[in-house]
Ligand binder design. Structure first.
Ligand SMILES: Cc1cc2nc3c(=O)[nH]c(=O)nc-3n(C[C@H](O)[C@H](O)[C@H](O)COP(=O)(O)OP(=O)(O)OC[C@H]3O[C@@H](n4cnc5c(N)ncnc54)[C@H](O)[C@@H]3O)c2cc1C
Length: 375
């Protein structure tokens, strides 16, 4: 992330980077392939101690930022997680914590925030639904008022880290507009069906809500008044995910250029061939544009800028598409070894491909951009 860091941010970034490198190298990531959770809960408590779950939570609830700009601190972590294809429910837990911190009741804050900050509780953001329309307009899960309670009915899919989560934040359509509900993952009527993921250690699931009854105290914010929160969730998810993807592409580009200097073909390094230099130049240009759009999105969302939604969708559509193109080209640059199981590049390609498809595809975000611009 090309942000100017102050001393505290630099220390935070360096500590986070060293911790991932030593505690979760790619050999460990490969071992998580067969792990049903895809992450180690003891490790998650350690990352929480470093502050990875605290930055979007206010100090009175045990959180706190490094620089006073929690999202800008958090994207430093996200980028390092991308560089090491790290596991863990980082994005959904932070997005849910930010929402509860912003709009939750005192009781919800007490229930969730301290435990999230301590790494003892994780959360899933149940927003996407199967169907052709992504985004708020595509929310079809209903919340029907019934004698002071609400009854949730519908399906959310794909939901990141749903099978591992303790709490579910569910976006629903009420008679008055969008509403959000905080539901215990083991509530009667909640059925979680794990999906197969291309990513090595990121887990997704389909969550069915079969007439799940929740009390009024489960409503986050005003019933029917969640549109503002949902918009901020979309922006946060885009900013965090784009930073992570950029970190992944940066790392792949780094080891691919190194390979081109090390690998000799017809007595010369691959990097000396003009045809390959042109491809590297294209990739570098796209990579810098990925950095620029991701950084603008993070800054815009952090500042609550008027065009934060536009910036988030520009980054999400550009980074989503280009990241996969660049990594695919880097596979080609590696020749035969790029397509082997043993080489690490497929771990990155898997992560970037899944990121492209989740929290809105590039096409979804281009469509959203058009509507935000009034087209
Ligand atoms: C698992 C596996 C199975 C395989 N099975 C077969 C098989 O059944 N039959 C078979 O014939 N081969 C097989 N191969 C070998 C494969 O065809 C070669 O890997 C392939 O020819 C590429 O060579 P390389 O990997 O040495 O790539 P490199 O020579 O290292 O090339 C890397 C990149 O640089 C490019 N490049 C290289 N030199 C130049 C240049 N002068 N100008 C411009 N671009 C250049 C290449 O196009 C490529 O994009 C296999 C390889 C693997 C890993």
């Amino acid at each position: 992330m090309e942000l100017e860091l102050d001393n505290d941010q630099h220390l935070f970034w360096e500590t986070s980077r060293k911790f991932i490198e030593s505690s979760c190298p790619l050999a460990t990531v490969r071992q998580l392939y067969d792990d049903p959770d895809g992450f180690d809960r003891g490790w998650w408590r350690q990352v929480a101690e470093l502050g990875w779950t605290s930055m979007l939570v206010p100090e009175e609830h045990g959180g706190g930022t490094v620089s006073g700009n929690g999202l800008l601190d958090l994207v430093l972590v996200a980028e390092e997680m991308g560089r090491w294809v790290s596991p863990g429910p980082f994005l959904p837990t932070n997005v849910v914590a930010a929402t509860v911190a912003r709009s939750g009741s005192a009781e919800q804050k007490k229930d969730l925030l301290g435990a999230v900050v301590a790494g003892e509780l994780t959360a899933a953001w149940c927003f996407d639904e199967p169907g052709t329309r992504w985004g708020p307009a595509g929310v079809g899960l209903t919340a029907r008022g019934d004698g002071g309670d609400f009854v949730l009915a519908g399906i959310k899919s794909p939901v990141e880290a749903a099978a591992q989560a303790d709490r579910l934040l569910v976006t629903a359509r009420t008679g008055e507009g969008l509403g959000q509900f905080l539901v215990p993952a083991d509530a009667p009527g909640v059925r979680v069906t794990p999906l197969r993921s291309l990513d090595f250690c990121r887990r997704f699931a389909t969550v069915s809500f079969e007439d799940v009854r929740v009390p009024e105290s489960a409503v986050v914010g005003a019933p029917g008044g969640a549109a503002g929160d949902v918009e901020i969730q979309i922006q946060l998810a885009a900013a965090l995910q784009c930073a992570e993807t950029v970190g992944a592409v940066d790392r792949v580009f780094e080891f691919t250029t190194q390979y081109a200097f090390d690998r000799f073909s017809f007595g010369r390094p691959l990097a000396s061939y003009q045809a390959l230099k042109h491809r590297f130049a294209d990739m570098k240009t796209w990579l810098e544009a990925c950095h620029a759009t991701a950084t603008s999105a993070a800054r815009g969302v952090q500042e609550g800028a008027d065009d934060a939604g536009d910036l988030a969708s520009v980054a999400k559509s550009y980074v989503g598409e280009r990241s996969v193109d660049i990594i695919q080209d880097c596979v080609q640059m590696h020749g035969g070894i790029g397509v082997t199981w043993e080489h690490d590049i497929h771990l990155y390609l898997r992560r970037a491909t899944v990121n492209r498809e989740t929290y809105g595809t590039p096409a979804d975000h281009r469509e959203r951009l058009a509507s935000l611009l009034g087209m």
